[in-house]
Write a protein that binds this ligand. Structure first.
Ligand SMILES: [Cu+2]
Length: 177
């Protein structure tokens, strides 16, 4: 009981029992395994992206997105502009209540620098059906160098609860041959 002091006054200098030592050492080794697994899985798991993050104001980001849309818009789909930026270029996608804007049309096997940011508050970028997830904050842009390797229609789901219209916050990326 903590109410009475330990009988041995210098209680912290007891020898460590064998089982306890074994427990500490095996726990430590397992911790190391998990640590290096994180690094290994980053490369081998094809799931975590090597992304960059920079500060940007929502106004600046919105301006850049609008400029890209104006320049490379090819058509409209359900009121959303569909943008087909040239391969290798900087592509912008913004999250706001409650949409991912605009719709992107990318070419298979071409690389793009995809910038993603939020205009209002936190959103979650989740690319379906692949399992790619990014946390999107206002004030920062996430940049991912992306090379789509399969043609098709991808959905972007917001997976960070962002209010009453959260479940309607679905975007789209077309990957064409
Ligand atoms: Cu949301």
């Amino acid at each position: 009981m903590a109410i009475t002091p330990p009988s041995n006054r210098i209680w912290w200098r007891e020898p460590v029992a064998k089982v306890e030592l074994l427990w500490i050492v095996s726990g430590f080794i397992w911790g190391l395994v998990m640590f290096f697994m994180m690094i290994y899985w980053h490369g081998a798991g094809e799931q975590n992206l090597s992304n960059e993050a920079y500060r940007i104001t929502p106004a600046q980001f919105s301006e850049r997105t609008n400029a890209m849309v104006e320049k490379h818009k090819v058509r409209e789909e359900a009121g959303f502009p569909v943008v087909r930026p040239p391969p290798g270029s900087d592509v912008y996608l913004l999250g706001r209540l409650w949409q991912w804007w605009p719709i992107l049309e990318l070419q298979k096997d071409q690389s793009y620098r995809l910038h993603i940011s939020a205009l209002d508050w936190q959103h979650g970028f989740s690319l379906q059906p692949t399992n790619i997830n990014l946390q999107i904050h206002p004030g920062y842009e996430m940049i991912v160098t992306l090379t789509p390797n399969e043609a098709g229609e991808y959905s972007i789901v917001c997976n960070e609860f962002c209010g009453i219209g959260h479940h309607t916050m679905i975007g789209k990326i077309h990957v064409v041959e």
